[in-house]
Every structure is written in structure tokens, then in C-alpha cells.
Design a protein around this ligand. Sequence first.
Ligand code: PLP
Length: 422
Amino acid sequence: MPEPTPITREQLHADDACDPLASLRQRFLLPDGVSYFDGNSLGPVPATVPDRLDDVIDHQWGQALIRAWNDHGWIDLPRRVGAKIAPLIGAAPDQVVVCDSVSVNLFKLLATALALRPDRRTILCQDDHFPTDLYIARGLADWLGDVRLVPVAIDALDEALAEHGDDVAAVSLAHVGYRSGRLHDMARLTRATHDAGALILWDLSHSVGALAVELDACRADLAVGCGYKFLNGGPGAPAFLYVAERHHDAVGFEHANPLAGWLGHRRPFDFSTEYRPAPGVDRYLCGTPPILALAALDAALDSWDGVDLAAVRRKSIRLGQTFLDLTKQRLDGLGLRVACPVDPDRRGSQICLAHDDGYAVMQALIERGVIGDFRAPDILRFGLCPLYTRHVEVWDAVDILRDVLTRGTYREPRYRQRAKVT
Ligand SMILES: *Cc1c(COP(=O)(O)O)cnc(C)c1O
């Protein structure tokens, strides 16, 4: 096969000029001199957020004080923001609520699966899942005592379901692997889980906002996802959870949320001493919602107004293909290995390159204005965010990476000092 003709920077400029999503970049406040490839870890500030926070602080909190819970609808914000996320994840209304962190929501939904399958005591969890997904499942299993957590390789899920058979209550998987960048087949894996009589719990943290998720169409049962990655809700933004409506009246759902806080009560302001869960997903609220953080996420979600998720996915694939092609053309022999799927149908919205000195290489890149991140032990991770990433930025990232590697600048000792957050 003939070698493809090399990509040029001019070509990528031309791609940007006819990019149907190009104008969306104006919806974000991005600093000059930076190419941002870490929106899959912390999205940038949407232009709508500062004014909204000013308004909530000065006008709502400042003037209305406690009346704002009613007058400005604060009390309904977890459901209103959930309803805004629903179309991004293919969920009909009344199945999504915004609350707590992904970690806490994982706990609640794993407990839900066990409540809905009371005679089953095994949780299967992807063995390379994000650590918190594994830790929380382990913590819950150990706490309950009679529940078994079995980590499984995603490619061996069918065998694991066959082996553990009718004892599996929940299968916990990432839609896109945080380190591998692998996109898993939601429809197929959900079907396989259902065939074994179990419920599936999808973690959408690395897919929501990067591609069209189809929870309802895939007949998913449970899902969680992150507010501060591709949804750009800000550092520590609250997470969301989804429970398919068909489970809302199921036997066992009455006590599906063990974190039975007062705001998950049917009538919190009755101050009854007896807990009675609210209908549907409202029962997953626990304590008082963080209104400032919720307002920021709410405003951030306006960035999706009129955005076609199919076009987002097309651009993501294009950016990824360009990154991989340029890696082949310009970074060959420089000690890198492609560590994400090359097939776009199996890849989320990130490119992963392994390097023995990955941490130092990424620090040297960041100093040159190319911000990605490092995932131990050796992965350079570049998130692709079609709402603001330009094609030409992929060129510049590869160009600077080439310079850092050929000149060996990353070997300077200062790039080796590990910060707390990588
Ligand atoms: C980012 C991420 C989380 C984060 O969990 P928090 O409790 O919200 O900090 C959890 N799971 C996955 C898969 C993630 O990518």
C-alpha cells in the first residue's frame, strides 16, 4: 500500500476554516498561548458561567436570601440540571438527577442493583475500571460482608457471566476507559448482562459530552457520570445519576438508596421521623445540594444549545485520526507507542501515547503550552474536545512533542518532580 501523503499544517488550517463547529469555541474562556487537551479531566470555563455565578451570588443569595430556595427554584435545581443532561445521554425525562460525586453515586447505584436482585450477591467490575469505581464496589462488598466483588477483564465478560451465572446482581463498566481510551459496545454488553439476569451500571464520565450516549435505546439500567470533564461544570462540579424508569416501581426500589438523607424524602419539610423515599430518582438526593456548583453546571450546559452530537463525534474522530497520522509521520522512532485503539469505532475522544518517561515528557509539554495529562505508569493522555479544539492545535501539539523528544529537554530534573495532581 502506498504511504499516505504527509499532512501539512496548512491543510489543518483549511479543515478549521470549514469546520461546522468552529464557532462554538467562542462559548469558552480559554487562555491565550495554550492548546488545551485536558478537557476530559477538567473542562474550561464556559462563557456563560461567570455571569450566572455573579447573579446567583449578588441577586439570588444576596437579595432573596433563604427565600431563593423557592423564589429562584434552588430546590428543583438537581432535577432541572438532570433534565438538561438527559438528552446528552439518550435518556427520556425523569430518569436523571444531579447530586454528589461519581464515587458517592456509584455506591448508591450498586446498592440499588443489589436491592433489585436480592437473591444475587456478586458484583462484576471491569478490572481496569477507574480506581474509584473499583474501590467503592470493594468498600460496599466488604461492608455488606456477604457480597462478592469479582474484577473481570472486559473481553472476558461473557465467560465471567457464564461462570458466575445466576449470582450476578450488577455489572459495572466504563463506557470509555479513562486510560485505555477504549469505547465499549453499550448495546451488546448491556444485552449480555441482561441475558444473565443482572443489571448493568455504566460510568459515562469519559463519554458524556464527547459522543451521543444512548442509555434508553440500549436498555441500560443504571448510569453515573461526571460534571466537570466534557460537561465543563467546573472543579468538583456535582455528578449525575440515571435509573431507567422501568425500575422505579420495581420490588426492592423502595429501599434502593442506602444513603437515605432528608432531601431524598418524599416530604422533607414534614420533618417526619420516619423515612419515606421520594418517587423515582428524587430519592437519590441525600443532603442539601451545592447551589453555586449546580448553577455553574447549569450555565455550562447551555454550551450544548443547538449542538449536533453526531457532528461532535465526527469532529472527534477526525481530530483523533489526524493525531494518530501525525504520530506515525512525525514521531516515529522517538520512543512512543500508541496506547489507545486505532479503530475510531472503538475509541472514545482521547489519544493515549505511552512513553517510558511519560511524566517528564508531559511536564515539558505543559511548559510549552500543550496541556494534556499523565496517567501512571506511562501514559501521555490527550483529550479531544470538539467544541473548542482546533485541528491546527493537533499539529502544534505533535510538533512540540517532537521537539521535546528529539532535543531531550524532558530529561531536565525539574520535569521529574511529581506534583500531587498529575
Ligand atoms: C472522573 C471519574 C470519576 C470521578 O469521580 P468523583 O467521585 O466525581 O471524583 C469516577 N469514575 C470515572 C470513570 C471517572 O472518569
